[in-house]
Design a protein around this ligand. Structure first.
Ligand SMILES: [Zn+2]
Ligand SMILES: [Zn+2]
Length: 254
């Protein structure tokens, strides 16, 4: 299985509009962060997690031509406002695309993207998606996916586990039942928005505490703000914890 980071940045992206800090002005390509998303590929199956406002750029960079499913973690703008870009993939594939999320996320998508679900004049084109509620375990073209309920502040959202890898972004608290579902990981991809504590995300110490509790073989921190310089801050991380960066590809053993 292969996981590609399409974006490793926080909601503003890095650089942030109008910011002239050292990280926003950095020449290190690892400090250029689009909004958070990953692509999961196993055999000929391809799954996108979240449809960020940067999806068009991300799809071009990843040479994306087909998708078996989209999984939605939650419906904050940085995670879904590129949903309309799916229509290009509908066109390439000649098929609709299943979109999985929890009941709240699917309800939000119907409201926010109402135009998709109401009859309108021909021309222009709209995404063709089929909304499916994510159960605890489901299959995407025979690939098992496990939903991992977590809290983003007070908001219940979903992380997802694929075999020995899990993607848990926008999290401030992982309930005990979900910690159970995250045992024995080769790769954990975990939110850490910035070094200090945060009301709706994990800060650095909080993220490292989760790593300590779960003991995944490798951890990649994502949803990174401009308060992390990749080169500088990575030196203080334990060797088995790294910062993600856009374009990073992970190979995951079965
Ligand atoms: Zn976010
Ligand atoms: Zn900045």
């Amino acid at each position: 299985m292969r996981i590609t980071f399409l974006g490793s940045g926080t909601s503003h992206g890095v650089p942030m509009i109008g910011c002239s800090c050292a990280v926003c002005c950095s020449d290190d390509p690892r400090d250029k962060r689009l909004r958070p998303s990953i692509l999961v590929e196993e055999g000929d199956r391809t799954i996108l997690v979240d449809t960020t406002p940067d999806l068009r750029t991300q799809a071009l960079r990843a040479h994306l031509c087909r998708l078996d499913a989209v999984l939605i973690t939650h419906t904050h703008a940085d995670h879904i406002f590129g949903l309309d870009e799916l229509r290009r993939l509908n066109h390439l594939m000649g098929a609709e695309i299943p979109v999985y999320g929890d009941a709240g996320a699917l309800k939000d998508i119907r409201r926010i993207f109402e135009y998709i679900f109401v009859p309108t004049q021909m021309g222009g084109g709209k995404p063709r998606i089929r909304l499916i509620e994510a159960t605890e375990r489901f299959l995407v073209q025979d690939l098992p996916v496990q939903a991992i309920p977590v809290l983003h502040g007070a908001l219940p959202i979903l992380g997802y586990r694929f075999g020995n890898a899990a993607y848990v972004t926008d999290v401030s608290c992982i309930p005990p039942t979900s910690l159970q579902r995250l045992q024995g990981l080769d790769v954990l991809i975990l939110d850490s928005v910035h070094p200090a504590p945060h009301p709706t995300h994990l800060g650095l110490q909080e993220a490292l505490a989760v790593v300590d509790a779960l003991q995944p073989r490798r951890t990649f921190l994502t949803h990174l703000s401009h308060l992390y310089s990749h080169a500088t801050e990575e030196t203080i991380l334990p060797a088995h914890v790294r910062f993600a960066y856009d374009g990073l590809i992970l190979e995951i053993a079965d």
